[in-house]
Design a protein around this ligand. Sequence first.
Ligand code: AHR
Length: 332
Amino acid sequence: MLKKILPVAVSAVAVAALAACGGGGNAAGSGSTGGGAGAGDKALVMGFSQVGAESGWRTANTKNVQDSAKEAGVELKFSDAQQKQENQIKAIRSFIQQKVDVIAFSPVVETGWDTVLLEAKRANIPVILTDRAVDSEDTSLYKTFLGSDFVAEGKKAGEWLVKDSEGQSAVNVVELQGTTGAAPAIDRKEGFAEAIKAAPQIKVVASQTGDFTRSGGKQVMEAFLKSNPDIDVVYAHNDDMGLGAIEAIEAAGKVPGKDIKIITVDAVKDGMTALAEGKINFIVECSPLLGTQLMDLAKKVVAGESVPERVVTEETTFTQEQAKKALPSRKY
Ligand code: AHR
């Protein structure tokens, strides 16, 4: 399937440009050499539309993008969409009006972006997809997509479970999905389903969205526990929902990590802490540290240099023992 881009919008916070630079506001597609670090150059201006602040991952990603912009001498116009597509679309239109040099955004959902992306293209403003993809047939609407392989993440989660379930006759899984229509929710579901085909005794008995939030994960898990007396495993599409599920499991008098095993995706500090404590059993890493690569790509795109269509983030996985070792130096 072809992936498309998406829109967001709202609060605008300009992050300082390089001290030596003259500030933003250059004409779109100005042919700047990028970055504005040199004397007399104007800082490259990036409009960045973020999904929201739904998870620990997102908070870490926002901070990393803002810090990386400062380091790279990029003037960042930051907008938080509060998980609403219409806000992202408004933000992108506002960036177009402001004639930013480049627009980067992490689409809250996969579809519905063609119109606004065409507006950006007609205004000659390049677009970079970061973290999440869009589902569009017109790949000329964006220059590159930087982010994780979410299908591979789901597969890693499923493969761990297949191995862990060897010799068991029945394994009932409940799935806490991310935001409906979001690339990581669609792809992590798909990758997991693909991997568990190897073990027919593993069955997903319930699957529902928890919107990537801790409260959503808790609420859905409470309902799952009431309607499914026999849950062996929770597969949560992110740490936050897994942490919410832990609260629900403990409130129901069960022991997370033992009575009910938990697999999550992200590996943020709170998730890694729960893993080291034995409340989570396995985490697939999804790195939020995309900022440096994003700034490099933006400079190249604005300078008219060619960039790869797809840049995949390098990631690993963590067992409980690996989490104990990694935690002291974990940055987010
Ligand atoms: O798009 C990345 C996902 O979005 C992260 O896994 C999740 O925590 C976030 O909300």
